[in-house]
Design a protein around this ligand. Structure first.
Ligand code: SF4
Ligand code: SF4
Length: 380
């Protein structure tokens, strides 16, 4: 199937979703494992492997192959974790989907960047065997000292830089990103969030320069806002009742997003910069009001699958909809039932936890082109 045809189908399905037509989802967020050897202060996923039986019910590779075969309509898959590459058969998991999803266009996975050689091996294998575009984001949450404290691993920043540089060489600068979540305030030693973003950008480029690597542009540094999720991160209310650390920090994060938007004028395509601009503008609005102007596309064009086969609307809403092991590994019986039961209507009406997580925000922006265009033009 030609890539042009697949992109036109993708666009058509996104526009159909924008018109409220309910078909199979284009995007799946799939938690391939909850193994992880980071020890992040704001996420409890790394504790799962140390819990007796914590990893026992993870989907096997044969089950993953059955899932891929039963859902060939997927065009965009986020393979997340845990640390996805801590799953020994991670490459085969992706290949399983690539082999039977003829219109698969986008594959993304995040990484903590701890295992540079293993990451490069996996990315190299995927680049050689998978046609879909592969995008990798390496997590860095601050300049070296703060990052290492937040992520609970000595020299984490250095490992992440080594991994980012190696992955970028393998798949190209347009496909390699750094993901920074703006929750460094608790350990920030008096720096504002805006200053921390600047410190991080400078530290990344200094470290790359020391390795004789080219600098990143601001478009390579993706800024995310933090969230709570009992079923995904398992992060406790100790992160703050709302996960943001209170009103003052909400304002700080919003200010940092605005500054980043103003400074990010080069380094990616016009379309990507426009999407990023909407994401940041709506994130700032969400921080101020708890709402966005973009209707979430969960259960319309996206779905979430846990490592044990449980389907949820998204990474955030702790609302199990059914297990894919009970439907012959097909998503649609579960999604269609949830639509009949009014779960999709509840999402559209904002009767869910109502977040602005990037997993859903980017497809939601694409599925709301008019609202997004208006949102990107507004200055409030
Ligand atoms: S945020 Fe990611 S890297 Fe950190 S503990 Fe959670 S899953 Fe692991
Ligand atoms: S707005 Fe957030 S919580 Fe609600 S369905 Fe969408 S992603 Fe989930």
């Amino acid at each position: 199937m030609s890539r042009l045809y697949s992109w036109s189908r993708f666009t058509g399905r996104i526009l159909a979703a924008a018109a409220g037509i309910e078909g199979p989802p284009t995007k799946l967020t799939f938690v391939v494992t909850k193994r992880c050897y980071s020890r992040c202060t704001y996420c409890d996923i790394w504790k799962v492997k140390d819990t007796p039986g914590g990893l026992d019910r993870e989907l096997t590779l044969d089950e993953v192959k059955a899932i891929a075969a039963a859902n060939p309509f997927l065009q965009w898959i986020d393979f997340t974790g845990g640390e996805p590459t801590d799953r020994p058969d991670f490459v085969q998991v992706i290949q399983a989907f690539a082999e039977v999803c003829p219109e698969l266009l986008l594959i993304h996975f995040p990484t903590n960047g701890l295992a540079t050689a293993r990451l490069c091996e996996a990315v190299g294998q995927l680049r050689r065997t998978v046609r879909a575009r592969l995008i990798v984001s390496v997590s860095i949450d601050g300049p070296p000292d703060l990052n290492d404290r937040l992520r609970g691993v000595r020299n984490d920043f250095a490992h992440a830089i080594d991994t980012f540089a190696a992955v970028r060489t393998e798949i190209g600068a347009e496909n390699a990103y750094i993901g920074m979540t703006l929750h460094g305030h608790k350990a920030s030693c008096g720096r504002t969030t805006t200053e921390l973003v600047e410190d991080t950008f400078a530290a990344v480029n200094t470290a790359l320069g020391q390795r004789k690597q080219s600098a990143i542009t601001r478009a390579t540094l993706h800024l995310n806002i933090p969230h709570l999720s009992p079923h995904f991160y398992g992060n406790p209310a100790s992160q703050g009742a709302d996960g943001f650390g209170g009103e003052a920090h909400r304002k700080e994060i919003a200010a940092a997003l605005r500054v980043a938007t103003v400074k990010s004028t080069t380094g990616s395509s016009v379309a990507m910069r426009a999407i990023e601009r909407v994401y940041r503008a709506e994130a700032a609005r969400y921080l101020a009001t708890g709402r966005t102007r973009i209707v979430c596309s969960a259960l319309l064009s996206t779905a979430y699958l846990s490592e044990t086969g449980q389907v949820y609307p998204c990474t955030i809403w702790d609302k199990p909809l059914g297990n894919i092991r009970d439907t012959g590994y097909a998503l649609m019986p579960i999604i269609e039932k949830s639509r009949r039961d009014g779960v999709r209507r509840a999402v559209a009406a904002g009767q869910c936890p109502n977040c602005w997580t990037p997993c859903e925000a980017y497809p939601s922006i694409m599925a709301s082109p008019l609202r997004s265009a208006l949102a990107s033009l507004r200055r409030d």
